[in-house]
Design a protein around this ligand. Structure first.
Ligand code: NAP
Length: 255
């Protein structure tokens, strides 16, 4: 659990959901963690407080990644918090959900700005802070291989998968690994329907081999592997972390 002692990490969207669990896990592994958030300062401070009360180190960084200056603002806060140290681990996690084929141009742009444009320019800016042997982990989604009505969101996640493969190949000469995690259906604010729709968790359990909804820690533990030295020979990969989602019928179809 001390694989990241003396290291630093940035987790975007770490105020809530998967990002919070990832930040807590990387801090538990010993990293100083930059807890990025968009607008929910109270939630970000709660993440930092949880990390500190567990004996870890973290600082909050605010930046609205939909805005033109979002990445600049993020790096101003990040560099100040790192105090001259490198950035060893970058986790691009922040994202927004939504938008079907009837999306307005404004809403289409919003999803692409947060989910694709921001991670791209965050990586670009991070390259001068990442040491050789650094780690980049992008959070994608299973919607790249199963269909959902929110086609714009799905398109953004497809772009992230492509980004990871291409980056892995070009950054390999620096020993930087780039991997992608595709969560399945996980209990966060993004999936409020799990609580709102009667029977929803049971319905999810029926299409998941391991028979339950995912929890944020299930994803965070997989991110910790890609952040750790143990993953040194793995790059350019997409790992589904979903309990076995849509593996097929659980009983024979011919009965
Ligand atoms: P969430 O609970 O909705 O949290 C989203 C996070 O992103 C928050 O920290 C939020 O900050 C931040 N964020 C949103 N818009 C932002 C903006 N414009 N600027 C800066 N930060 C912004 O989401 P989640 O379910 O944890 O999802 C995390 C990642 O996992 C996403 O990439 C998502 O696509 C992916 N994923 C989730 C699931 C799932 O089942 N939950 C499945 C597959 C993939 P504030 O708190 O400040 O708003």
């Amino acid at each position: 659990m001390a694989d990241l002692a003396g290291k630093t990490a940035l987790v975007t969207g770490a105020s809530r959901g998967l990002g919070r669990a990832i930040a807590e896990r990387l801090a538990a592994d010993g990293a100083l963690v930059a807890v990025h958030y968009g607008t929910n300062k109270a939630a970000a401070l709660a993440t930092v407080a949880a990390i500190e009360s567990a004996g870890g180190q973290a600082f909050p960084v605010a930046a609205d990644l939909e805005r033109d200056d979002g990445v600049d603002v993020l790096f101003d806060g990040l560099v100040a918090g790192l105090g001259g140290r490198p950035l060893d681990v970058l986790v691009n996690n922040a994202a927004v959900f939504g938008e079907g084929i009837d999306a307005s141009e404004e809403h289409f742009d919003r999803v692409f700005r947060v989910n694709v444009r921001a991670p791209f320019f965050i990586v670009q800016r991070a390259l001068s802070l990442l040491p050789d042997g650094g780690r980049i982990i992008n959070i994608s989604s299973g919607v790249t291989w199963f269909a959902v009505p929110e086609v714009v969101y799905a398109m953004t996640k497809g772009a992230l998968n492509v980004l990871g493969r291409s980056l892995a190949n070009t950054l390999g000469e620096r020993g930087i690994t780039v991997n992608t995690i595709s969560p399945g259906i996980t209990r966060t604010d993004m999936n409020a329907w799990l609580d709102d729709v009667p029977g929803a968790p049971e319905g999810v359990a029926r299409i998941v081999a391991l028979g339950r909804v995912g929890e944020p820690v299930d994803i965070a533990d997989a991110v910790a592997f890609f952040a750790s030295p143990d993953s040194r020979w793995v790059t350019g990969q997409v790992l589904d972390v979903n309990g076995g989602l849509y593996l097929g019928p659980k009983a024979a179809l011919h009965h």
